[in-house]
Design a protein around this ligand. Structure first.
Ligand code: PLP
Length: 360
């Protein structure tokens, strides 16, 4: 009965995770309570949060000198908290403009300092990730910010920028946990949970110790990383149920073999769909091959007048949320960790059928 869900976010979660959550809904492990009903300071929930953090640390091999913060406000609040904490009073930060999400991060800086755009793909409708040798980095920048995966444009960095002593800050909202990353190369990584982690409402920040408590002037308490770091993300009530589901997703990922194993699955799924798109005379993906996202695959039909019919046919076959973002149109298949390869194959089978019917 479950749809094959290509939503960009909130996105599908592994069925096993939802089944476990359902089984534990009324009584979490003999406690007589739903996790939703537990005090965040009680021993049951403290154990759930500690296990979630430990599993995330293990999955991403997060070094001991990094704090993991479970916050709220989405990645969008991080667009503002980051400059509040790392930029205010320090001049400018460098930004790479790769599309809609990078633009939002850049725009949010203006209240706190200057965003210096060191590279941009706007010249080509954001269909590529600018190569590092074109970036005009400022050695005195407070940090360098980039968007690891543009969820709308379907552009992903398959390499990690080198920024010397300048801290690297990364919006990993839509590709965190899709592959191993070397956390030690980053000053700060942030991600809204609602794609590869769990329910919307939880935001994860992974921050190097030396970058905490550097706001000048210090931000007010709720907006200061120091407050949340000093209080183990329990300064106020954290998004308890989101943390619990995220913890189940982390356990699921460990059962899948961890991030190296999930990366292989993600490569296989993306290759299947891109190979089909590239040989098709009817469907097309606009992104430069080496920068194509493994998570979000936008594509257009040769005739946009057929978009609605395509979506209707998909829905009739149990495939939902394929409509592209309103700012770009066309279609988009988001195939995060929870999408099985069979789901991608079902989409391709339908696309073949549609092309045979409607192609020249
Ligand atoms: N950054 C990226 C790459 C995203 O895909 C999104 C949302 O979809 C955001 C930021 C904004 O996240 P939120 O809605 O959690 O504020």
């Amino acid at each position: 009965t479950r749809a094959i869900n290509f939503s960009a976010g909130p996105a599908a979660l592994p069925a096993e995770v939802l089944q476990q959550a359902a089984a534990e809904m009324l009584d979490w492990q003999g406690s007589g309570q739903s996790v939703m009903e537990m005090s965040h300071r009680g021993k049951e929930f403290m154990a759930i949060a500690a296990a979630a953090e430990a599993d995330l640390r293990e999955l991403m091999a997060i070094p001991a000198n990094y704090k993991v913060l479970f916050l709220q406000g989405g990645a969008s609040l991080q667009f503002e908290m980051i400059p509040m904490n790392l930029l205010a009073g320090k001049g400018s930060a460098d930004f790479v403009n790769t599309g809609e999400w990078a633009k939002k991060a850049i725009k949010a800086v203006k209240h706190f300092g200057k965003a210096n755009v060191v590279a941009s793909a706007e010249d080509s409708n954001f269909n590529y990730a600018p190569k590092q040798d074109t970036w005009k980095l400022d050695p005195n920048a407070a940090y360098v910010h980039y968007t690891a995966n543009e969820t709308i444009g379907g552009v992903e960095f398959h390499w990690v920028p080198e920024t010397g002593n300048v801290p690297l800050v990364c919006d990993m909202s839509s590709n965190i946990l899709s592959k191993p990353v070397d956390v030690s190369k980053y000053g700060l990584i942030y991600a809204g949970a609602q794609k590869n982690i769990g329910p919307a409402g939880l935001t994860i920040v992974i921050i190097r110790d030396d970058l905490i408590g550097k706001g000048n002037p210090a931000p007010s308490a709720m907006l200061d990383y120091k407050t949340h770091a000093d209080n183990d993300s329990m300064y106020n009530t954290p998004p308890t149920y989101g943390i619990y589901i995220a913890g189940l997703v982390f356990q699921w990922l460990k059962k899948q073999g961890g991030l190296a194993a999930i990366e292989q699955k993600n490569i296989a799924k993306a290759r299947l769909l891109y190979d089909f798109l590239d040989q098709s005379a009817f469907f097309k993906n606009p992104v430069r091959k080496e920068d194509r996202s493994r998570m979000n695959i936008p594509f257009t039909l040769a005739n946009a007048e057929l978009d609605d019919e395509f979506l209707k046919g998909a829905k009739a076959r149990g495939m939902v949320q394929l409509k592209g973002h309103r700012s770009v149109g066309g279609m988009r298949a988001s195939i995060y960790n929870a999408m099985p390869i069979e789901g991608v194959q079902a989409l391709i089978d339908y696309m073949k059928e549609f092309e045979t019917q409607h192609g020249k």
